[in-house]
Design a protein around this ligand. Structure first.
Ligand code: AHR
Length: 519
């Protein structure tokens, strides 16, 4: 009898302990140093990337200008234009990626029926008809309200071809390329400022050494004249892969700084290149692994920035993370060369923490491009014929767009660890900014899939009377929006923040993204 009641007591103590372990809100503190806010978060940190890859362009953005089923403007889907406008996409990179170093822009202008076909050698070996070209892309950017970022072909192109592309889109007077543009129906130049000088020169862009590429870069950059004389060229050198600091060092050392406006960096959240794992069927260990790689972005931007500081202490040259995002195995039954993957709450976590890292490093990181906008890798939009859905990543990017061109508020974060065995990651990620209207925005991410965070935010240098916000979370980390359940994951109003005096108390549920607005 006594033994059985003791057993019962022990049993309840064990259960209570277990419940507390799982749901106990961990105490943590954050300080917002409003008085130290000085650097603008360049809106281009919220940029996107559209490559001729799988169904990103064809059957994604572009359904053809003779399509009578899906409403479109000059062949570009109207629902996609509206969704990207709402997202406030500031800049869109095109046409690649690896594709860029195979792309000959002249094949994609003029009457569509006369355009030659090409084989997309990097992505599935499919034949493309070049029906989506320079005019189509630049007119689409105007409709979205995004600045274009054109990636030039260095790997298999010529200096003349790239310099003529600049003349074609930017020259506002009489010249062979400007005349050709006008014949093709566009009178005024588009004034494209942002140009990539090749892509991944260390890999698909030509397998070059950085010393060799730095020379090639100078040759190309010399002839990339600003034909309009009214807009300054922003040339981006093909940058390092993840932790290749030597690459950044040589670019910064060997290229005269009056020829260089940005240095790129590519980093994908992939745990094992030969076994990337499913986008939706993953366990907690795999989730932890993905987040561990995603959080390395902090180290990469810190160390690449330190290398750049050595040569450019005034931070004139931008670090441009023009490819980032989660990368998993393709969805079963889809073309392996098309990189089509679903997008879950795990991707929302990647987006939240990565954008916080970029915001906090906005002195040097002044542009970034999520890979890729539609139907490829960590997409914000997925399409299936006439259907279109928004992914959890879309919602994070939309919630965070309040930071665009706002002044970054430095934050100090005292975070508990999210633990797996002996390994630990910071559970909490935060960034904050003050916008032109005087409102302050705080974005918070709790990557811990089981524990809430009870956060005390000390606000120094400002006083507020109201707080409201939105939260993105779901029942399971593996949740995603599908063509049958289109709105399973979506942001809702957040009621877990309370202001009292100079302190804000927030309870952040497990695996959630919250953006607060204080006035
Ligand atoms: O985004 C897919 C590919 O990843 C890009 O084409 C390339 O630049 C990178 O390796």
């Amino acid at each position: 009898m006594i033994a059985s009641s003791l057993f019962k007591k022990l049993f309840f103590v064990f259960i209570a302990f277990f419940v507390l372990q799982v749901n106990f809100a961990q105490q943590t503190s954050v300080t917002l140093n409003v008085q130290d806010a000085k650097t603008v978060i360049n809106k281009n940190i919220y940029g996107h990337f559209a490559e001729h890859l799988g169904h990103c362009i064809y059957s994604g953005f572009y359904v053809g200008d003779t399509n009578k089923v899906i409403p479109n403007t000059e062949g570009v889907r109207n629902d996609i234009i509206a969704a990207l406008k709402k997202l406030k996409v500031p800049v869109l990179r095109w046409p690649g990626g690896c594709f860029a170093d195979t792309y000959h822009w002249k094949d994609g202008v003029g009457p569509k029926k006369n355009r030659p076909t090409m084989v997309n050698q990097w992505w599935g070996g499919v034949t493309e008809d070049n029906s989506f070209g320079t005019h189509d892309f630049l007119n689409m950017c105007e409709r979205i309200g995004a600045d274009p970022y054109l990636a030039g072909n260095v790997g298999s192109g010529t200096v003349q071809e790239l310099s003529q592309w600049v003349q074609y889109v930017n020259h506002n007077d009489v010249s062979p390329m400007a005349n050709w543009r006008k014949e093709n129906g566009r009178e005024k130049p588009w004034k494209v400022n942002i140009w990539g000088v090749g892509n991944e020169a260390w890999g698909c862009g030509g397998n070059m050494t950085v010393e060799y590429y730095a020379n090639i870069y100078k040759q190309y950059a010399t002839f990339m004249t600003d034909w309009s004389n009214s807009n300054k060229m922003f040339r981006v050198a093909s940058g390092a892969n993840t932790s290749d600091y030597h690459w950044t060092e040589v670019l910064m050392r060997d290229i005269p700084h009056n020829m260089l406006e940005g240095v790129a960096l590519h980093s994908y959240s992939v745990t094992e290149w030969n076994n990337k794992g499913s986008a939706t069927a993953f366990d907690e260990q795999q989730y932890f692994g993905t987040m561990k790689v995603a959080l390395r972005m902090e180290e990469y931007v810190t160390k690449h920035s330190a290398v750049m500081d050595k040569y450019d202490p005034q931070k004139k040259i931008a670090l441009v993370v023009d490819e980032w995002g989660g990368w998993y195995d393709v969805e079963p039954g889809t073309n392996p060369g098309f990189l089509f993957q679903q997008n879950t709450m795990r991707d929302a976590m990647i987006a939240g923490v990565t954008l916080n890292i970029f915001n906090n490093h906005c002195e040097r990181v002044r542009m970034a491009n999520l890979a890729q906008t539609i139907n490829v890798l960590q997409a914000v939009i997925l399409t299936d014929k006439e259907k279109m859905i928004l992914t959890p990543t879309y919602h994070v990017m939309e919630m965070y767009n309040v930071h665009q061109d706002a002044v970054m508020i430095p934050v100090t974060v005292n975070t508990p660890g999210y633990k797996q065995g002996t390994d630990s990651l910071p559970a909490l990620s935060v960034s904050a900014s003050k916008d032109k209207s005087g409102a302050t925005h705080i974005s918070l991410v709790n990557i811990d899939p089981a524990k809430s965070q009870s956060i005390s935010i000390d606000i120094k240098g400002a006083a507020f009377t109201t707080v409201n916000g939105r939260i993105l979370t779901s029942k399971k980390l593996q949740d995603y929006n599908s063509f049958t359940e289109t709105d399973k994951v979506h942001p809702v109003e957040f009621n877990g923040a309370k202001l009292s005096g100079g302190t804000l108390q927030v309870t952040l549920p497990p695996f959630s993204v919250v953006v607060l607005s204080l006035k």
